[in-house]
Design a binder for this molecule. Structure first.
Ligand code: ATP
Length: 227
């Protein structure tokens, strides 16, 4: 029997911001997760054109962001795998490494429409529970429309609760409404480039780390306007 359900929160985290941390906390509380592991993508297949901080730095920022949140941690496993960082491969590896643990993959509603383009995206439910949280006002209606369109391929069946669909092997795919925080990493990067303050958009420890590496950041995100 699985001992507890562990959330796996994948993302580019370039950089990690308060929207990420709040989303993970609210999903964990809604679904009673035993913990959440932030899994920074080493080579995200869908964001290859973007100026991205190197993996160790994004990982460090994630560690600073989740520090002090009970049950939260960072799993750098994708750095050890060559080639594009596919979620399918990550969930397969987790299943092999920890066969007694059940996993719940967490993603934002804004990314749900792209799921069919991910490697075995519509089959991820064979490896883990799935939690989809609201983002930028996209809610249950958009989730339900996606599920209706893809249920046959996903082998998903509706339940009396429109936010919960059954997946094969006793798993669930659940929509979780969360507090709306319209923060994005691209907006944080843009503000940083324009020399604006990013206080409140990222954890203070993350902001300090960004400030301490301002020169290295400029080489990746672009030149910073004087404040
Ligand atoms: P970018 O602006 O560079 O595209 P991002 O802010 O969307 O980045 P990602 O690392 O791509 O950050 O996101 C990881 C996951 O977190 C995705 O599932 C995304 O939908 C979700 N997410 C990001 N920001 C928020 C937010 N403000 N509220 C809820 N979910 C979010």
């Amino acid at each position: 029997m699985p001992q507890s359900l562990i959330g796996i929160f994948g993302g580019t985290f370039n950089p990690v911001h308060v929207g990420h941390v709040r989303a993970a906390i609210e999903v964990a509380e809604a679904l009673g997760l035993g913990g959440v592991e932030f899994v920074p993508a080493a080579r995200p297949p869908h964001k290859c054109g973007e100026p991205m901080l190197d993996f160790p730095f994004r990982e460090k920022l994630c560690r600073l962001a989740v520090r002090g949140v009970p049950g939260f941690s960072v799993n750098p496993m994708e750095a050890g795998r060559p080639g594009p960082s596919y979620t399918w491969d990550t969930l397969e590896a987790l299943g092999r490494e920890r066969p007694d643990t059940a996993f719940c993959f967490i993603l934002g509603q804004a990314d749900l429409p792209q799921l069919p383009t991910w490697k075995n995206g519509l089959a991820l439910g064979r490896l883990a529970h799935l939690a989809v949280h609201s983002r930028e006002g996209q809610g249950l209606e958009a989730f339900a429309a996606f599920m209706r369109a893809h249920a046959p391929v996903m082998e998903a069946a509706p339940t009396a609760d429109p936010a919960r669909w059954k997946l094969p092997q006793g798993r669930n795919m659940t929509f979780v409404p969360i507090t709306r925080l319209d923060v994005s990493a691209s907006d944080v990067r843009e503000r940083w480039r324009r020399g604006r303050r990013i206080h409140g958009l990222v954890a203070e420890a993350v902001r300090h780390e960004l400030e301490n590496h301002a020169e290295a950041l400029e080489a990746v995100w672009g030149r910073r306007d004087p404040a």
